[in-house]
Design a binder for this molecule. Structure first.
Ligand code: ARG
Length: 703
């Protein structure tokens, strides 16, 4: 023995792969050789005995993984935090390790029941800074970390493991003497990688390749300048040696079958706190909050979404209460404690949770934080960014509903604190008070009735994207909705691109306007130009729509039309003067349907009606959208997304485009009321009109 260090090992008398609790054990049940295991363990034991003092704990029958003493607990000074194993297959080891710690005079700390923590397998001291790197994601729970910080009085840095082959921190991460770090970055999420890079300077980071990682190169025992490990590549060996270490390789293949190697087989039991000054600084960055969710949490999948988003963002949760409603229609309620390794991640998680309707429960956070606008058109940092869902802000103890709900806005609170309004950044003025952070903000999801949750494929509640084959089906439903809206005096807004004309849809859209189905028309310069080109010259971008061929000189047609309309002053005048006699624009004018044409950089002309001031165009669009029951978005990515951005939840949106990407983009807003139809828009409109006519025909109804 050359060092005053103590290590704990456990002879492999009862070692075997008996069950599967990590991917290494899969396919290896009872496949390891006892003799070879004993031989390899003895070799390791021999190597270590030359370096340190090795103590032994008695192996117990029935607990084959007890050889992996790294998982006994975590030691610092005379304190030992006993492991709480995640899997029942290993929980029986706990009393034996506890007894051993006590026999050696350690004060043993035990975590609350059901809060797993797997000892030094998931907690490693930095050999320079003295802080504790603690892993979570597979075995140990993030919520165990604050206990470590408190009991051991040490700063804890939480690292999230994301590759199940590296389920314990010590399988992919090994701090070395002098502040060096041997590790496999892809085993960690990006946030954890950033944390590591912030703490360990690049020249001290020894990054290993996957081939070495799967040989458990990081599962090394480091004693001063010696590093003891399973066989590794020559390249890595050279790299480690270059950093001034002596690499000692010893074969541990039999233990790899259970998912362990050198480090797992040992527990360092002499750990002295590094310099008082370091150890007292910020104990643990782990933050916790409680949120409540109500609704049809199971049917709607909200609960899964909520829990997934917490873990996907590196957080952890504990369901404090889950009250499943009693009747078929009752809603359920969940109270969930969320923890995150840092304030930033907590904010990210809260943002997403609030978006799906969670409400923060902490008493002191039930008031929205307000900050004044200090510069016109600029919000305070961290302003709450709105979504499409109805949103409430808690001001002076009252929840108030935001007016003009739309996404990507700030919430401005009136001076008397009585009203809240969604305001675009550019509309903010000095003196406005804006909500910052997520405290005191909640979004409201209307609880779907249970029936609706068993969705038909293309029902409006389906948020589905249909393919060509099912177009008829979805058209039937849309036609039905259109009829309803018209008959009750509702509002249908159509936004469309010129493809409507190119694909022969213009007469059908004109029919919809004429028959009173459309209350407002939104588009760009092009739809109007090509519609009138077709009305006046029978072509669309120079193509004869009846014959499908280009007409001689046809490429100039649309400019001639623009020129004529300019002569008349605007579209209204051109229609009234009899220049335009059919088509979409004609019907808008003759039926007094308001339209807004928003300009763009590629516009020819433009028509005098085209609004080239985009801020003004946005304003006019949102004015038209107000009060809409449904928006039919026809083959224009630009206008569909523009419109989608202004539309609050609750407005049904039907997006028709031949490009699935456009349709998906729209349904990704997460609005349950939107439906996407991937098809040719001309075909869609013709089917729609056909269906509407069928609804009008008494014969069809009787049939
Ligand atoms: N079969 C054991 C388990 O899955 C292996 C433990 C390895 N220990 C370690 N510190 N990585 O729990």
């Amino acid at each position: 023995m050359t060092s005053p260090l103590n290590y704990l090992m456990c002879a492999p008398d009862h070692y075997d792969v008996d069950y599967v609790i990590n991917p290494w054990m899969e396919g290896n049940v009872h496949k390891s050789s006892r003799d070879r295991a004993v031989e390899q363990w003895q070799k390791l034991y021999g190597v270590l005995k030359n370096l340190v003092n090795v103590e032994l704990v008695t192996p117990e029958k029935g607990w084959p993984d007890m050889v992996f003493t790294a998982n006994a607990g975590l030691v610092l000074g005379d304190k030992a935090v006993l492991s709480r194993f995640l899997h029942k297959e290993r929980q029986g080891e706990e009393p034996y390790f506890k007894a051993w710690f006590e026999s050696k005079g350690f004060t043993v700390y035990e975590l609350p029941k059901d809060l797993p923590f797997e000892g030094a397998g998931d907690a490693l001291f930095d050999r320079n800074g003295g802080w504790l790197w603690a892993g979570y994601g597979f075995r140990s729970e993030l919520d165990a970390h604050p206990y470590l910080a408190k009991w051991l009085d040490v700063e804890v840095l939480s690292l999230r493991l994301i590759d199940n082959r590296f389920y314990h921190l010590d399988t992919c991460f090994c701090p070395l003497t002098g502040g060096y770090l041997l590790y496999y970055p892809p085993a960690f999420d990006s946030y954890s990688n950033r944390l590591i890079e912030m703490r360990v300077p690049v020249e001290k980071r020894i990054v290993i390749e996957e081939a070495d990682a799967v040989n458990f190169a990081c599962n090394a025992v480091n004693v001063d300048r010696h590093v003891v490990m399973n066989k590794i590549s020559d390249r890595l060996k050279q790299q480690i040696t270059n950093c001034g270490f002596n690499v000692i390789e010893t074969p541990l293949t039999e233990f790899l079958k259970a998912g362990g190697a050198a480090k797992c087989l040992t527990l360092r039991t002499v750990e002295v706190p590094v310099g008082e000054s370091v150890a007292v600084a910020e104990p643990s960055g782990v933050e916790a909050r409680i949120v409540e969710l109500t609704g049809h949490l199971l049917d709607s999948g909200i609960i899964n979404r909520a829990l997934d988003l917490v873990t996907d963002n590196g957080g952890s949760f504990q369901v404090l209460e889950f009250n499943l409603g009693e009747q078929r229609q009752s809603t359920s309620l969940a109270r969930i404690r969320i923890s995150a390794p840092s304030h930033d991640l907590m904010e990210t998680i809260m943002g997403e949770l609030i978006e799906i309707g969670a409400v923060l429960q902490d008493r002191d956070t039930c008031a929205a934080n307000l900050e004044p606008v200090l510069q016109d058109g600029v919000a305070p940092d961290d302003f709450y960014v709105t979504t499409i869902y109805p949103t409430d802000a808690c001001v002076d103890g009252e929840w108030i509903r935001c007016a003009n709900q739309r996404m990507d806005a700030a919430i401005a609170i009136s001076p008397d604190g009585k009203t809240a309004t969604c305001k675009l950044l550019r509309d903010l003025v000095v003196g406005d008070r804006v909500v910052v952070g997520y405290d005191g903000v909640r979004t409201v999801r209307k609880p779907e009735a249970r029936e609706n949750s068993k969705k038909e494929e293309f029902s409006f509640m389906g948020a589905g994207v249909s393919s060509e084959r099912r177009v008829e089906l979805v058209v039937e439903q849309i036609a039905w909705e259109l009829r309803q809206i018209r008959d009750r005096g509702g509002k249908l807004v159509v936004s469309c691109g010129p493809v409507v004309v190119h694909t022969g849809g213009a007469p059908h859209l004109a029919y919809l306007i004429r028959e009173g189905y459309v209350q407002s028309m939104l588009g760009g310069n092009a739809i109007a130009v090509h519609d009138m080109e077709q009305a006046c010259m029978g072509t669309s971008l120079g193509v004869d729509l009846k014959r499908g061929i280009s007409v001689k000189g046809g490429h100039r047609h649309h400019l001639k039309v623009i020129n004529s309309v300019r002569r008349y002053g605007n579209i209204h005048n051109a229609v009234k003067a009899g220049f335009v006699k059919t088509g979409v624009m004609y019907e808008c004018v003759t039926n007094n349907i308001p339209f807004v044409l928003a300009g763009s950089i590629r516009d020819d002309g433009p028509l005098p009606d085209t609004v080239m001031d985009l801020l003004e165009a946005q304003r006019l669009y949102s004015e038209q959208i107000r009060g809409a029951d449904m928006i039919l978005m026809l083959s224009s990515m630009l206008h569909s997304i523009g419109v989608g951005n202004m539309t609050p939840a609750g407005v049904k949106m039907v997006c028709v485009d031949i490009n699935p990407a456009v349709v998906t983009k729209l349904s990704d807003r997460g609005s349950v009321e939107s439906v996407g139809v991937v098809t040719d828009v001309g075909l869609f409109l013709s089917l729609l009109v056909q269906q509407l006519k069928k609804l009008d025909s008494p014969v069809a109804i009787a049939a």
